[in-house]
Design a protein around this ligand. Structure first.
Ligand SMILES: Nc1ncnc2c1ncn2[C@@H]1O[C@H](COP(=O)(O)OP(=O)(O)OP(=O)(O)O)[C@@H](O)[C@H]1O
Length: 663
C-alpha cells in the first residue's frame, strides 16, 4: 500500500495511461471468457471476432504497460530524488559526512540493484492488476462451481505467499544477499576488485608487485560472498518443490471438479471453456511474478529515502534552530551584530508514521533553507564552542572562545589531527557546534531588525547567522549554511572535470565575471602559465576523459583551486577567505609569490590561514595554537616566540631543519 501511494507523485499525465493500461491488462483476460464461452457453445463469427479483439487488446495493454510503467517509475524517482537532494544540500555538514547518511544517500539516489521506490510503486500496481485478474477469474469460476473457485484461489494465494517468503522473506535467498553481513562481504569484494584491476592503485601495485596479493584476496572475498548465497539459492530450488506440488494439487483438483460437473451435465461445453480460462487466470497468480522481487528489493531505498526526508528519524543530533532575537539567545555574541538569521532544516516535527508519499508532497517541509549570501562585513565568533563529530566518543574541541575581527589575518597552527580544519569549518558555519554558539555575520551596526531574519531571504549586509544552543527548546541547535560569506580552499579541494574557465568561475557562480576576471584570478594564483600548456586555453577540459582534455599535476590543481577562491574575492565578493594548507603542493617560489598576492587580494577582508609552514604563518596578525582540543597559545609571531611554548618550539624546529641542511 505504501508503494502504491507513491503513484500519485507521477502526476496525472503519466499516471493515467499507465493505470488505464493496467486496468485493461487486469480485466480483458477475465472478460474474454464471455466470447469464448459463446464461441464454444454456439459458434459464429461474432464471438470469434470479439474474442480475438479482446485477446489482442489484452496483449497490447500488457505490451504498452511496460514503457508507461518505466516512465511512471522514473517520474516518481525524479520527484523523490529532487527532494532528497534538497534535504542533503541543507543537512549539517558533519551529519552529511557520516557513513550512515552517505549509505542512505547512495540508496536513495541510486536504488538497490536497480530497484527504487518508483519501480516498487509500478510493481505494486502490477501486483494489484494480477490479483484483480485472479479474483475476477475466481468469480467467473464461482458462478459455475464455487468450490472449484475456492480451491483454486486459496491455493494460488498460498503459493504466492510461499514464493514471497522463499525469495524475499526472512531467511529467503534474496534477504540473505541483502543481509548486512553479505553487504559487507560484497563491499569488500568490490573494493578489492577495484584495487586489483582499477587504474587508481595501478602505480603502487606495480611498484610493490602487489597484484597477486590483491587478486588472491579478491578471490577469497568473493568466495566468502558467494558461498552463503549459493546455499540460499539451493534452498529456493528445494522450496520450489512445495510450490509445484501446490500448483499440481490446485490444477488437478480444479480440473477434476470441472470434469465431474461436465460429466453430470451441470456444465455445458461453453461453460467448461469459460471455467478453464478463468481457472488459468487464477493459477497464473499462484505462479508468482518478477514484481514480487521489485517490491522486496525496493524496501531498502524506500526506507533510506524515508529516513532522509524525515529528519527526526535520521538525525543523531537535534535538527532545528528556532528564530529568536539574537540578544535572548546569544548574550555573548559581538555587540555590533545587527540582526539574527536562523536556519531551519526540514521539518523537525515530521511524524514517525509519515508516509513517503506525504512527505514528498509536503511543500513546506523541504523548501530550500539556505541562508542568503551575507557579503558585507565579517564577524566570526565562537563562544563556548564544543564540537564532537557524530558518533565520536569524545569532543574534538572543547569550550573554545575565538572572535575573528573583520580584516584580520588569523593563522591556525597545531599538530596533525589537532582540529585546525574543523575549527575553520566551525568559524564559517560549515559545521555547527555541539554546544555553544557560532556567530557569522556582518559588522554593519544599525541596519536590520533583530529577530526578523527569514531563512532563504534577506538583504546582503544586514544578516547574521547564529548557530548554537537553542535556549527556547533546550536542544542544541543544528544548522547549516553554505558559508556564503567565505571562500575557501580546503585540502581536499575538488578537481572539477570541467573547463579551466569553469573551474575558476565556480568560485562565485552568481558573479557575472568576464574572462579578464578569470585571468586575474589565475594570475593571483600564479597559474597563468597553465594557458601555455592547455591546447584550448580557458576552454580546455581539465580531465583526460574528454577529447583534447588535459589532467594537471598536483601543484597545478592546487593553483586552480586557489584561483577559484581568488575569483570569489571580486570587489563585491566574499569577505572571508579560508585557506587550508594552500601551498602544500607548491614549490618555494610559487609559495612565496602566491602568499604575497593572497595578502594583497584579501586586504580589508578576513583571512584564515591553516598551515604548517612557519615562513607563511609568521606574517599573520594573530596566530592561534590548537592543542588538546583547546587554544593553547595565542598572539602574533613575536609574542609567541617570546612565550617560548609550542609555537616557539615548532618554529625553531623547522628553522633548524633548513639551516642544518644548508651548505
Ligand atoms: N568528517 C569527519 N568525521 C569524523 N571525524 C573527522 C572528520 N573530519 C576530521 N575528523 C577527525 O577530526 C580530527 C581533526 O581533524 P582535522 O582535519 O580538523 O585536523 P587538522 O588539525 O586540520 O589536521 P591536519 O594538520 O592533519 O590537516 C582527526 O582526528 C580526524 O580524524
Amino acid at each position: 500500500m505504501k508503494y502504491a501511494a507513491l503513484l500519485r507523485l507521477a502526476g496525472t499525465r503519466r499516471l493515467l495511461p499507465f493505470m488505464l493500461l493496467s486496468a485493461g491488462a487486469a480485466t480483458l483476460g477475465p472478460l474474454s471468457t464471455v466470447p469464448l464461452g459463446l464461441l464454444v457453445s454456439h459458434g459464429g463469427a461474432m464471438p470469434l471476432i470479439t474474442l480475438l479483439l479482446a485477446l489482442l487488446a489484452q496483449e497490447l495493454c500488457t505490451a504498452l504497460r511496460e514503457p508507461t510503467g518505466t516512465a511512471t517509475a522514473r517520474r516518481i524517482d525524479g520527484v523523490l530524488r529532487g527532494r532528497v537532494r534538497t534535504v542533503a544540500s541543507n543537512l549539517p555538514l558533519a551529519l552529511l559526512e557520516t557513513p550512515a547518511t552517505q549509505a542512505d544517500l547512495r540508496l536513495a539516489l541510486h536504488g538497490h540493484r536497480g530497484r527504487t521506490p518508483g519501480t516498487a510503486a509500478v510493481a505494486a500496481a502490477g501486483e494489484a492488476s494480477r490479483l484483480t485478474s485472479a479474483l475476477l477469474g475466481a468469480a467467473i469460476l464461482a458462478l459455475h462451481v464455487w468450490w472449484a473457485a475456492l480451491l483454486a484461489l486459496s491455493l494460488a494465494l498460498l503459493q504466492n505467499r510461499r514464493i514471497a517468503t522463499m525469495l524475499v522473506g526472512p531467511g529467503g535467498a534474496d534477504t540473505l544477499a541483502d543481509s548486512p553481513a553479505q553487504a559487507r562481504r560484497r563491499r569488500r569484494a568490490d573494493y578489492l576488485s577495484e584495487v586489483a584491476g582499477g587504474p587508481g592503485a595501478a602505480k603502487e601495485l606495480r611498484v610493490f608487485s602487489l597484484q597477486p596479493f590483491f587478486i588472491d584476496r579478491y578471490v577469497t572475498a568473493m568466495r566468502a560472498f558467494l558461498t552463503p548465497q549459493s546455499r540460499g539459492r539451493r534452498a529456493v530450488v528445494r522450496g520450489y518443490g512445495t510450490v509445484l506440488a501446490l500448483q499440481l494439487l490446485s490444477a488437478a483438483g480444479t480440473f477434476a471438479l470441472l470434469a465431474w460437473h461436465t460429466g453430470t451435465g451441470l456444465l455445458g461445453p461453453g461453460d467448461l471453456a469459460r471455467c478453464v480460462l478463468a481457472a488459468l487466470l487464477v493459477f497464473a497468480y499462484g505462479a508468482g511474478s518478477h514484481q514480487m522481487f521489485e517490491l522486496a528489493h525496493a524496501s531498502e531505498p524506500y526506507n533510506a529515502t524515508l529516513r532522509l526526508l524525515t529528519p527526526t528519524r535520521h538525525r543523531s543530533t537535534p535538527d532545528h534552530a528556532t528564530i529568536a532575537p539574537e540578544t535572548t539567545r546569544n548574550p555573548r555574541a559581538p555587540k555590533d551584530v545587527s540582526s539574527v538569521r536562523t536556519v531551519r532544516i526540514g521539518d523537525a516535527s515530521a511524524p514517525e508514521s509519515a508516509s513517503l508519499a506525504r512527505l514528498a508532497t509536503d511543500e513546506d517541509a523541504f523548501a530550500p533553507t539556505r541562508t542568503s549570501s551575507i557579503r558585507d562585513g565579517s564577524v566570526l565568533a565562537l563562544d563556548g564552542v564544543t564540537f564532537a563529530y557524530p558518533g565520536a566518543a569524545t569532543p574534538l574541541l572543547r569550550d573554545l572562545h575565538l572572535h575573528v575581527h573583520p580584516g584580520e589575518r588569523l593563522a591556525i597552527v597545531g599538530r596533525n589531527g589537532a582540529g585546525k580544519t574543523t575549527l575553520a569549518k566551525l568559524l564559517t558555519g560549515l559545521y555547527t557546534p555541539t554546544t555553544g554558539t557560532a556567530t557569522i555575520g556582518t559588522a554593519t551596526p544599525g541596519t536590520g531588525t533583530p529577530g526578523t531574519g527569514t531563512p532563504g531571504t534577506g538583504t546582503p549586509g544586514t544578516g547574521i547567522a547564529t548557530f548554537g544552543t537553542d535556549t527556547s527548546t533546550g536542544t542544541t541547535g543544528v544548522a547549516t549554511t553554505t558559508s556564503a560569506t567565505a571562500a575557501a580552499v580546503f585540502q581536499d579541494f575538488i578537481r572539477y572535470p570541467l573547463s579551466l574557465r569553469d573551474n575558476v568561475s565556480l568560485g562565485d557562480p552568481a558573479f557575472d565575471g568576464t574572462d579578464a576576471d578569470v585571468l586575474s584570478a589565475l594570475e593571483s594564483a600564479d597559474a597563468l602559465d597553465l594557458l601555455d600548456v592547455l591546447p584550448d586555453g580557458l576552454d580546455t577540459p581539465l580531465s583526460r576523459a574528454f577529447t583534447r582534455g588535459r589532467d594537471l599535476s598536483g601543484g597545478q590543481w592546487q593553483k586552480v583551486a586557489l584561483a577559484r577562491a581568488m575569483y570569489a574575492l571580486h570587489p563585491h565578493g566574499r569577505q572571508i577567505l579560508i585557506v587550508d594548507e594552500p601551498t602544500a603542493h607548491l614549490d618555494a617560489r610559487a609559495e612565496r609569490e602566491i602568499f604575497e598576492r593572497l595578502l594583497q587580494r584579501t586586504r580589508g577582508r578576513t583571512l584564515i590561514l591553516i598551515s604548517h609552514r612557519f615562513a607563511t604563518v609568521r606574517r599573520a596578525d594573530r596566530i592561534v595554537v590548537l592543542d588538546g582540543g583547546a587554544i593553547a597559545e595565542e598572539g602574533d609571531h613575536a609574542e609567541l616566540l617570546a612565550a617560548n611554548g609550542h609555537y616557539a618550539h615548532w618554529y625553531h624546529l623547522q628553522a633548524n631543519l633548513i639551516t642544518q641542511d644548508a651548505p
